[in-house]
Design a protein around this ligand. Structure first.
Ligand code: DAH
Length: 349
């Protein structure tokens, strides 16, 4: 082989290996490969040009060229591996997620304290055999009053500070959950055991214990042998479930047109044990609501035979119970929509 060819190849080898050592990343490596080994690379062109050499020089030059090709390919192969691995590492490092960074916690909502109270009441009454049902908040006077033995023009109607809806017929925002007594009985054969939680509306001046919208829980049980003892047993159990064992309940005579006899009932204050404190306003008793034996006229009005069936009913103020449980002393806080207030009662019940 002519020394010039040998010299050229040696020079090409030295340059190629030096360049390869200088190729520090994957893109530089690609350029190197193209420059030396690609279809138009220097070595490829050299091998292609062998035909132009004198015949006696071709075999040696060819062997030397092919040997260099294998050497450069092997060198490229190992260099390429290193560069590709480095390239992958770099991408991984650039895309890395720092798992030690504290996350941004999503804001998790919580049930409103009154909703929590409703859920708890539903559970307590479910264990006592009562089904929870819901009724309309916009009601006819027929259900809100007439079927509850509160006839039109009767003074008792004024007790409920009714908000009227401007629609034909006498349509009202229900003033209590009691209309659901009639609705349920109309649709069910006795025996009946339901509780009805929900919003009620009254046209009242607001103060710490009055709101124009609040929640009640109605209860109704009708069967063949229901007595006042059943009412007392159910309400005593409710008091224990809500306010702890050894609670006593108090019935005092009261008047509601849809029950006879009617009572208001209270639980002895669990905070002071009945001695008198801020929560029970020094009376020793917490007023829970009204109750009584379903009036025969109400039973007859929905087609139940009062000679066969008797029943008890009660209506509880849900905000009031929530206040007793939480110590909140202003009912307006519940619908005031202040998150700082509401957050304190996430998961209280
Ligand atoms: N509905 C009555 C009110 O809102 C409360 C009430 C009293 C409900 C006696 C009853 C009951 O079921 O028997 O003032």
């Amino acid at each position: 082989m002519a020394t010039s060819v040998q010299h050229d190849l040696e020079e090409l080898r030295t340059r190629a290996l030096a360049d390869l050592a200088d190729a520090v990343d994957a893109p530089a490596g690609e350029i190197w490969e193209k420059t030396y080994l690609g279809p138009k690379g220097e070595l490829t062109l050299f091998l292609r040009g062998l035909g132009a050499l004198p015949a006696d020089e071709r075999p040696t030059a060819g062997r030397a060229g092919n040997a260099l090709k294998r050497e450069l390919e092997a060198a490229w192969d190992s260099r390429h591996r290193i560069l590709a691995a480095a390239d992958l590492d770099q991408h991984l490092a650039a895309d890395a997620v720092d798992v030690t960074l504290p996350g941004r916690p999503p804001t998790i909502g919580a049930a409103h304290p009154v909703s929590q109270m409703i859920d708890e009441l539903s559970e307590i009454f479910a264990l006592l055999g009562f089904q929870t049902v819901f009724g309309p908040e916009v009601e006819t006077a027929h259900y809100n009053f007439d079927l509850l033995n509160i006839p039109a023009d009767h003074p008792a109607r004024d007790v409920w500070d009714t908000i009227h809806v401007d629609l034909p017929g006498e349509i009202v925002m229900r003033t209590h959950t009691s209309p659901m007594q009639a609705r349920v009985m109309e649709q069910t054969e006795p025996p009946v055991r339901v509780v009805v939680p929900g919003r009620v509306y009254r046209y009242e001046a607001q103060d710490a214990s009055h709101e124009w919208m609040f929640h009640q829980l109605e209860g109704l049980a009708v069967d063949r042998t229901i007595t006042m003892a059943d009412l007392k047993g159910v309400l005593a159990e409710l008091a224990r479930q809500l306010f702890g064992p050894n609670r006593r309940i108090r019935f005092r005579c009261d008047f509601f047109p849809f029950v006879e006899p009617g009572v208001d009932f209270a639980v002895d204050c669990a905070i002071c044990g009945g001695k008198g404190c801020r929560v029970c306003k020094q009376t020793g008793w917490l007023e829970m609501g009204g109750a009584g034996m379903v009036h025969p006229k109400v039973l007859a009005g929905v087609g139940y035979d009062p000679a066969v069936y008797t029943g008890f009913a009660f209506g509880l103020g849900i905000e009031r119970m929530t206040m007793m449980r939480t110590g909140v002393d202003d009912v307006r806080a519940f619908a005031g929509n202040d998150l700082r207030f509401l957050r304190q009662f996430a998961g209280f019940a």
